[in-house]
Design a protein around this ligand. Structure first.
Ligand code: GDP
Length: 701
C-alpha cells in the first residue's frame, strides 16, 4: 500500500512544560478535539460529543503512551482527507528528575508546544527545557495556559518569556478577559474574537472583537506585524511605508522565522476551561516543521567511521532511532522508534548497529488515544512502535543491513545519587536482577552497580524521587519486594594541577620475570569533559601491543579513585615514555605499571573531591522567607535570586545535593505545609576542605 499521508502533512511534536503547568490537561484536550474531528467528523452537537467523551472516559484516554498518533484539520477548512494532517505526539516527561528522558524525546521530535502557567510565567524548569530545546534545535510555539486562574496575567507571563527565554516571542493572540472573566481569545492575524462553546469548548465561533478591546487589539497587532515584517525585506518596506500586509504573507514569513529559530509565536487560553486549544493545533500545522523542513539526519558508517547523511525520503536506505522502550500491559515490551529515511515493511529484518545483531520486525503498531493500529509498512518521517525486539535499547539505530549507519548518539547525564538495594526473599532475589536490568534499559539515567567486595547491589539515578519511583515500579510491575538503604551522594574525584609520575612493575627472581615500565602525565580538563587517554610514545620505547594494556590499567585505577574511592573524572593521562624487556614484558605487567603510574601521578596533582550541586527553586509564603533563607544558608546554599509571585516569595538557589536529603519534609514543617520546591542537577563542584575531610574519614571508618 502506498503512503497515505504525504510527508508534508506529518507533524512530530512534543508538548513540554514545567510540572503542573497543564501539560496533561492540554494533551487530553488535544486528543479529544482531534478525536472528534477525525472520528465523528463535523459534529457540533453537544450531546453526541458528550456521549463520545463518556465512552472515552470509560475506556480511559491513553495519554501515557510514548507516542500517540492523531489527526487534525485546521479550523475553517472543509473536513476531508485532503486537508487532514497527521500528528505524532511524543510524550515528554514532566518531572525534573527525568531530564534525560526529556532530552531523548527532544531528539526525535521536530517541533514543540511549550505550555506555561499564566500565573507563574516562566519557571526554572521551563528554562532548563527551553535551553535543551535550543540545543536540539527544536522550533517552538508557546501556549500561556491557566488564564482562568486567580492572578493570571498574560502580559506579565509574556514578559517573563522575553526576559528569560527569547526576545523572539511574538503574541499572536490576546485574551478576552482573565480569571473568572476569561471568555476566549482575540486572533491578531484575522482580527477576530474566538469563542469556544459547547460543554467541551468543541464549537469554535468567530465573532467581531468586543468594542472595549478593539484599541488594545490594534496596538498588539501592530507589535505583531512589526516583529514578523522585520524578518523579511519586502515586508519591512511595506510596514515602514504604512501599507497593509496580507495575512498569507505574514504567515509565510513567520513560518520561515520559526523554522530558523528566530521567532516563537505565543498563544493563550485555558485548557481546563476548554479555551484556546484548537488555535494551537492550527499553529502546529502552520508554523511547526514537517520532516522535510529539517536538514538530513547525520550519522556514521559503523565499519569505517565515515560521516553519512540520510534524507527524509522513502527511497533512501532505511534508518530509524529507537527512543523509548515501554512496558505495555497487553503486548509486553514496546520499542518506539522514529524512521528518518526509507521504508520499513512488516516482517522484514533490520540491523541494530549498536549491537551488531539483526532484529525481525514482526509487527508495526501505531498508538492512538484509544486503540492500537497494526500497520503493514512505515515511511520516512513517521513514528511507531514494534514488539519482540531482543537486543534493542534506547538510543540504538535500526537500519538497512546493506547500508549500515549509526545515527548520532544521545548522551545522558551521569547519576548523582545511589542507594543500596536488597531483595526481601530468595524469590525476590531471582527476579530482582532481571527486573532492574529491564528498568535500566528503559531509562539510561538509571544504573545498576554491584560492589565486588561486599556483593551488594547499588542502584543509581538522578535524585531521591527518581529512585523512589523506580523501587515502586519494581514492586508494582515486577512484583519484587526490596529493602533500600540510605541515599548516597555520587561524589567524584579529579585533579587541580598537572603532574608526571612513573610506574614500574618489575619482578625478576629466576625463570620468566615481569617487566612493565611507563611514564604518565596527568592534566586537568574542564568540568564535564570526562577522561581522555593520549598515546605519545615515540620510537617504540614501549611496543605497540602493550599500549592498550596500559590504558586498561589506567581505567581500572580511575574507577577506584585515589582520595576516597570515588571515580576520577575530567582529566587526561598522556603516556609519553617507558621501557620494556625483550623476554619479561607482558600485558599484565604493563597493565599494573599503568595503574601504579596513574595513582602516583594523581597523588602529586592535588587531587580533590567533587560533589553534585543542585539548582533549586523554593516557593513560600512571605512570612517564612527569613527562616527559609537561613535554613538554605545552613545547608551551604548560595542564594542566586529572590522574587515575588502573587503573595508568595520565590528563592532560586544552588545547594549541594548532600545537604538536600529529606528537604521536602523539613520545608513542609517549616512552612506549615505551604512551601514547595523543585530541584534538578546543575553541575559538579569542589567539596570544601573540612567537609572533604569528613567524607574521607567517614569512608574509612
Ligand atoms: P502537568 O503536571 O503539566 O501535566 O499539569 P496537569 O495538566 O496535570 O495540571 C496540573 C493542575 O493544574 C491540575 O490540577 C489541573 O486541573 C490544573 N490545570 C490545568 N490546566 C488548567 C487551566 O487551564 N486552568 C486552571 N485553573 N487549572 C488548570
Amino acid at each position: 500500500m502506498p503512503r497515505q499521508y504525504p510527508i508534508e502533512k506529518i507533524r512530530n511534536i512534543g508538548i513540554i512544560a514545567h510540572i503542573d503547568a497543564g501539560k496533561t490537561t492540554t494533551t487530553e484536550r488535544v486528543l479529544f478535539y482531534t478525536g472528534i474531528t477525525h472520528k465523528i467528523g463535523d459534529i457540533d452537537e453537544g450531546t453526541t460529543v458528550m456521549d463520545w467523551m463518556e465512552q472515552e472516559r470509560e475506556r480511559g484516554i491513553t495519554i501515557t503512551s510514548a507516542a500517540i498518533t492523531c489527526f487534525w484539520t485546521p479550523l475553517g477548512l472543509p473536513k476531508n482527507k485532503e486537508n487532514e494532517y497527521r500528528f505524532n505526539i511524543i510524550d515528554t516527561p514532566g518531572h525534573i528528575d527525568f531530564t534525560a528522558e526529556v532530552q531523548r524525546s527532544l531528539r526525535v521530535l521536530d517541533g514543540a508546544v511549550v505550555v506555561f502557567d499564566g500565573v507563574a510565567g516562566v519557571e526554572p524548569q521551563s528554562e532548563t527545557v527551553w535551553r535543551q530545546a535550543d540545543k536540539f534545535k527544536v522550533p517552538r510555539i508557546c501556549f500561556i495556559n491557566k488564564l482562568d486562574r486567580m492572578g493570571a496575567d498574560f502580559e506579565k507571563s509574556l514578559e517573563s518569556i522575553w526576559q528569560k527565554l527569547t526576545q523572539g516571542a511574538v503574541a499572536m493572540q490576546i485574551p478576552i478577559g482573565l480569571e473568572g472573566e476569561h471568555k476566549g481569545v482575540i486572533d491578531l492575524l484575522a482580527m477576530k474574537a474566538i469563542k469556544f462553546e459547547g460543554d467541551f469548548g468543541q464549537i469554535v465561533k468567530e465573532e467581531e472583537i468586543p468594542q472595549d478591546l478593539l484599541a488594545k487589539a490594534k496596538e498588539w497587532r501592530e507589535k505583531m506585524v512589526e516583529k514578523i515584517a522585520g524578518e523579511d525585506e519586502q515586508l519591512t518596506e511595506k510596514f515602514l511605508s504604512g501599507k497593509e500586509i496580507n495575512i498569507d504573507d505574514l504567515k509565510r514569513v513567520l513560518r520561515k522565522a520559526v523554522l530558523e529559530y528566530r521567532l516563537v509565536p505565543v498563544f493563550c487560553g485555558s485548557s481546563l476551561k476548554n479555551k484556546g486549544v484548537q488555535p494551537v493545533l492550527d499553529a502546529v500545522v502552520y508554523y511547526l516543521p514537517n520532516p522535510l523542513d529539517l536538514p538530513p539526519v547525520k550519522g556514521q558508517d559503523p565499519r569505517t567511521g565515515e560521516s553519512l547523511e540520510r534524507k527524509a525520503d522513502d527511497k533512501e536506505p532505511f534508518s530509524a532511532l529507537a527512543f523509548k522502550i515501554a512496558t505495555d500491559p497487553y503486548v509486553g515490551a514496546l520499542t518506539f522508534f522514529r524512521v528518518y529515511s526509507g521504508t520499513l515493511l512488516r516482517g522484514s529484518y533490520v540491523l541494530n548497529t549498536a549491537t551488531g545483531e539483526k532484529e525481525r520486525i514482526s509487527r508495526i503498531l501505531r498508538m492512538h488515544a484509544n486503540e492500537r493500529e497494526e500497520v503493514e509498512e512505515l515511511y520516512a518521517g513517521d513514528i511507531a512502535a514494534t514488539v519482540g525486539l531482543k537486543s534493542t535499547g534506547t538510543g540504538h539505530t535500526l537500519c538497512d543491513e546493506a547500508h549500515p549507519i549509526v545515527l548520532e548518539k544521545i548522551s545522558f547525564p551521569e547519576p548523582v545519587i545511589s542507594i543500596k538495594i536488597e531483595p526481601k526473599t530468595k524469590a525476590d532475589q531471582e527476579r530482582m536482577g532481571l527486573s532492574l536490568k529491564r528498568l535500566s534499559e528503559e531509562d539510561p539515567t538509571f544504573k545498576i552497580k554491584s560492589d565486588l567486595e561486599t556483593g551488594e547491589t547499588l542502584i543509581a539515578g538522578m535524585g531521591e524521587l527518581h529512585l523512589e519511583i523506580l523501587v515502586d515500579r519494581l514492586k508494582r510491575e515486577f512484583k519484587v519486594e526490596a529493602n533500600v538503604g540510605r541515599p548516597q551522594v555520587a561524589y567524584k574525584e579529579t585533579i587541580k594541577q598537572e603532574a608526571e609520575a612513573e610506574g614500574k612493575y618489575i619482578r625478576q627472581s629466576g625463570g620468566r620475570g615481569q617487566y612493565g615500565h611507563v611514564w604518565l602525565r596527568v592534566v586537568p580538563k574542564n568540568r564535564g569533559e570526562g577522561f581522555e587517554f593520549i598515546d605519545e610514545v615515540k620510537g617504540g620505547t614501549i611496543p605497540h601491543e602493550f599500549i592498550p594494556a596500559v590504558e586498561k590499567g589506567i581505567k581500572e585505577s580511575l574507577d577506584k579513585g585515589v582520595v576516597a574511592g570515588y571515580p576520577i573524572v575530567d582529566m587526561s593521562a598522556t603516556l609519553y615514555d617507558g621501557s620494556y624487556h625483550e623476554v619479561d614484558s607482558s600485558e599484565v605487567a604493563f597493565k599494573i605499571a599503568g595503574s601504579m603510574a596513574l595513582q602516583a601521578a594523581v597523588k602529586k596533582a592535588k587531587p580533590i573531591l567533587l560533589e553534585p550541586i543542585m539548582k533549586i527553586e523554593v516557593v513560600i509564603p512571605e512570612e517564612f522567607f527569613g527562616d527559609t533563607i537561613g535554613d538554605l544558608s545552613a545547608r551551604r546554599g548560595k542564594i542566586e535570586q529572590t522574587s515575588d509571585r502573587i503573595n508568595m516569595k520565590v528563592i532560586d538557589a544552588k545547594v549541594p545535593l548532600s545537604e538536600m536529603f529529606g528537604y521536602a519534609t523539613v520545608l513542609r514543617s517549616m512552612t506549615e505545609g505551604r512551601g514547595t520546591f523543585t530541584m534538578e542537577f546543575d553541575k559538579y563542584e569542589e567539596v570544601p576542605g573540612n567537609i572533604a575531610q569528613e567524607i574521607i574519614e567517614g569512608k574509612r571508618r
